[in-house]
Design a protein around this ligand. Sequence first.
Ligand code: IMP
Ligand code: MG
Length: 178
Amino acid sequence: MPETPPDVLIPESAIQSRVSELARQISADYQAAGELLLIGVLRGSFIFLADLCRRLTAPARVEFIALSTYGDQTTTDGQVRMVMDLRTEVRGVHVLVVEDILDTGHTLDFLLEHLRARDPASLKSCVLVRKPARARVELAPDYLGFDIPDVWVVGYGLDCAGRLRNLPYIGVMPVAAG
Ligand code: IMP
Ligand code: MG
């Protein structure tokens, strides 16, 4: 039986214009800094990062890091594990972490601490969506796409058990009964 697609929370056009605005802002802010290193958090950020980096006018390199948060699925207990670390030095480099979503904040908090210890020239974060109602860590992203309600979102890189990352919009997963 074909599944009904998730309801639209943020349409493709709204994502695209917000990503353009973020890219303009980031380009302006880093104009004087020289080269920027974008660090994408796998796997959720790959589409956001791909769109964002193509709209930057500031020179940028791209690296990836992979993290996993225990408690997978729709809950997280705050235990973050490094699955794939960076292959490059960040000492003296202007680093911008690109994340898909800020839920409790444990993942981004862990990553920023991990990178800060390596002495970058500067360290900022750019997050596409945030669920303010779920915040457990005091952490404000330097650049933010959208605040959303406490729902499970999919699409534009975000998944549900590995699926639906390739939806062009951000949709809401219905809450499973039981
Ligand atoms: P944290 O709670 O901020 O540490 O987020 C943990 C991770 O859970 C995020 O990096 C996402 O991979 C995932 N996550 C949290 N909420 C959602 C959601 O609504 N959709 C898809 N992934 C999510
Ligand atoms: Mg993630």
